[in-house]
Design a protein around this ligand. Structure first.
Ligand code: SAM
Length: 206
């Protein structure tokens, strides 16, 4: 996976590659899907949601430019895999999921595998997680039509937000926002397809 899916497509941060090697992806998917765990595609995790393909997880982690001392918010816990990867790269990770069954299962997987610097929260992550803010990095694994104002409010000086945004629910561009002295700079990192961010500052549930 690391050579053929990540290095070959330009992921080169050695810390990100090491994190992708360290986290056992097969532990975050259903027993029946374990043989497919390292495939170059997303996999279903229940509740109509998916665990992103390894390349997408690594790309977002690299874009977050983590050095090891950051407080991170991940929005969209899903299986817990992305949070586990981020936990290898930052100091502490808060991850929030809106679907109770997914949050419960991710909590139990992360505890069993002893990812002790990951904290799982249940709630509407389109509002961020104000009680734990400010964050150095916010990684959002579901797409919205625009950047939720709560994220900019909860971002530390010098902080980054990595988030898919698009006017269609199922196709977005991935953006990196950087807070530089109170102003946001924006990098467009290309086209991706994520599930929708459902919530008060995201899409309406249908
Ligand atoms: N990071 C996950 C993993 O490693 O398995 C994959 C996340 S999946 C692509 C996106 C997740 O975002 C889904 O689990 C979905 O339920 C969640 N989600 C969507 N809207 C949300 C919201 N407002 N707050 C929290 N989670 C949300």
């Amino acid at each position: 996976m690391v050579d053929t899916q990540l290095r070959a497509r330009g992921i080169c941060d050695p810390r990100v590659l090491a994190a992708m090697l360290a986290v056992p992806r097969e532990e975050f998917v259903d027993e029946a899907l374990r043989d497919d765990a390292y495939g170059d595609w997303p996999l279903p995790i229940g509740g109509g949601q998916t665990i992103s393909q390894p390349y997408t997880v690594a790309f977002m982690a690299e874009a977050a430019e983590l050095r090891g001392d950051e407080k991170v918010l991940e929005v969209g816990t899903g299986s817990g895999y992305g949070a586990a990867v981020l936990s290898q790269l930052g100091a502490v990770v808060h991850t929030i999921e809106r679907i109770p069954a997914l949050a419960r299962r991710a909590l139990s997987t992360l505890a069993r595998l002893r990812f002790s610097n990951v904290h799982v929260h249940l709630g509407d992550g389109s509002l961020g997680l104000v009680e734990e803010s400010p964050f150095d990095v916010i990684v959002v694994t579901a797409g919205a039509a625009s950047l939720p104002p709560s994220y900019t409010d909860q971002l530390a000086e010098g902080g980054r937000i990595v988030m898919p945004i698009g006017k269609c629910k199922s196709s977005q561009h991935l953006y990196r926002f950087r807070n530089q002295h109170g102003a946001l700079s924006i990098d467009d990192l290309g086209t991706f397809a994520f599930v929708p961010l459902i919530g008060d500052e995201g899409w309406r549930a249908t």
